[in-house]
Design a protein around this ligand. Structure first.
Ligand code: FAD
Length: 401
């Protein structure tokens, strides 16, 4: 079962972490995932287990109590977890993005205060850019923060917060025109606010309401919510990095590593779909032989495995590029685009291999079939990835006029 998606050149520590996580996935996640997903139940016990393994602090530097691991280790961990249940990888993904943004851009006081608690999983992060009227076009956000004494007063409505209810720290992107002259480009007048709150629903802090869970077709278990700010007061020292006007860059930096992460999720879900397909194909007989012996099914398996390998290789390449300190937006965009498209295709082929049984909730592939589409949307749609890839290619291949 482990022939595919191998990664050359890992350290002993990376191998050990991955083998521990894989073991955890096989024993603690896979046996319960589908049942919990059908009940849309938050996997509290699994989350406790991941806390104990140190997964919430995987990339947080050791000086703040984390494991100080690379993006590659993180992405490979996410791949393993998504193989078990994609929703669990969603629970750690937004946490990871917020911790990464703090590590890269936070003031020393913000890092000292938040990162140790985040490494222990005591504070859990969510991030919020999208609004009811926009997702792709982040520069059009209308939520606003206005300075009032030592505070900012935030107003506006946000949409689609993964972990909006269960998190206790939300990185919220708002427009702040203060200090920025009329006519400043929209992306230069945005600010990231670090908003602490109670976990749960309803009024979770004065001026801040999380109305309830959005009912989704898949990606269940993990809560996805709206967030309403109505005169929410945030102290000025909770502006990420202590400087207004930098929020768009903070978020884009976070989303760039998030894209590697979504690619890794696509790889994990596709691997699981392949495992289910290749196993079922050897058990189901038609016309006197296992369906795996029909060439049409073998071709499907060949295509699926090739896609699993290709997506894994691109995801690893994108993570390694970032780890080496280089800009990786092109590679991350390509990896996210390819892995999410391939994931959807591999899942669909595994579904077809299952015949009518794939349509039954008793079979795991039914869950994967509802989960894969989320990856086509989250951290930027396919069209947005192609815009990023296209722009970067034209920079790289500019001809002399
Ligand atoms: C389950 C789930 C969880 C999410 N979690 C979060 C979260 O934690 N935090 C957060 O901030 N957001 C989150 N999102 C929001 C997500 O990032 C957006 O849904 C996504 O960016 C797309 O935005 P949209 O839905 O507004 O679609 P739109 O931007 O309205 O796009 C609609 C369609 O038009 C296409 N399109 C848009 N612009 C162009 C263009 N210029 N050229 C060509 N085609 C274009 C898009 O590709 C898409 O096909 C989540 C979404 C979902 C479904």
């Amino acid at each position: 079962m482990t022939r595919l998606a191998q990664t050359e050149g890992l350290t002993d520590i990376q191998r050990e972490i991955l083998s521990t996580v894989r073991d955890f996935v096989d024993k603690e996640i896979l046996p319960v995932a589908t049942e919990l997903e059908h009940r849309d139940e938050y996997p509290a016990q699994i989350v406790e287990g991941l806390k104990e393994l140190g997964v919430f602090g995987l990339m947080i530097p050791e000086e703040y109590g984390g494991l100080g691991e690379s993006l590659l280790t993180y992405a490979l961990t996410v791949e393993e977890i998504a193989r078990g249940w994609m929703s669990v990888s969603g629970i750690i993904n937004t946490h990871f993005i917020v911790a990464y943004m703090l590590k890269q851009h936070g003031t020393q006081e913000q890092k000292d205060y938040f990162l140790p608690k985040m490494a222990a999983g005591e504070i859990r992060g969510a991030f919020s850019m999208s609004e009811p009227a926009l997702g792709s076009d982040v520069s059009a956000i209308s939520s606003k923060g206005v300075r009032d004494g030592d505070d900012y007063v935030l107003n506006g409505q946000k949409m689609w917060l993964t972990n909006g209810g269960s998190s206790t720290l939300v990185a919220v992107l708002c427009r702040t025109d203060e200090g920025h002259p009329e006519g400043t480009a929209p992306h230069k007048s945005m600010t990231t606010f670090l908003v602490e709150k109670e976990a749960g629903f309803g009024e979770v802090r004065p001026g801040l309401t999380i109305p309830g869970k959005i009912d989704k077709m898949g990606y269940k278990g993990v809560d996805t919510t709206e967030l309403i700010m109505d005169g929410l007061r945030i102290p000025a020292d909770r502006v990420l990095g202590g400087q207004t006007g930098r929020g768009f860059y903070h978020m884009m930096d976070g989303v760039e590593v998030g894209r590697v992460n979504v690619a890794a999720r696509g790889c994990g879900v596709a691997q699981r779909a392949f495992e289910l397909g290749v196993s079922y194909a050897q058990q189901r007989h038609t016309f006197g032989k296992p369906i795996a012996q029909h060439q049409a099914i073998q071709f499907k398996l060949a295509e699926m495995a090739t896609k699993v390998e290709a997506a894994h290789a691109m995801m690893v390449n994108a993570a390694r590029k970032k780890d080496s300190g280089q800009r990786n937006d092109l590679e991350a965009g390509m990896a996210k685009y390819l892995a999410s498209e391939y994931c959807k295709e591999v899942v669909e082929d595994a579904f077809r291999i299952h015949g009518g049984y794939g349509f039954s909730k008793e079979y795991e592939i039914e869950r994967l079939y509802r989960e894969a589409p989320m990856l086509l949307i989250g951290e930027g749609t396919a069209e947005i990835q192609k815009m990023i890839i296209g722009r970067r290619l034209l920079e790289e291949y500019r001809i002399q006029a």
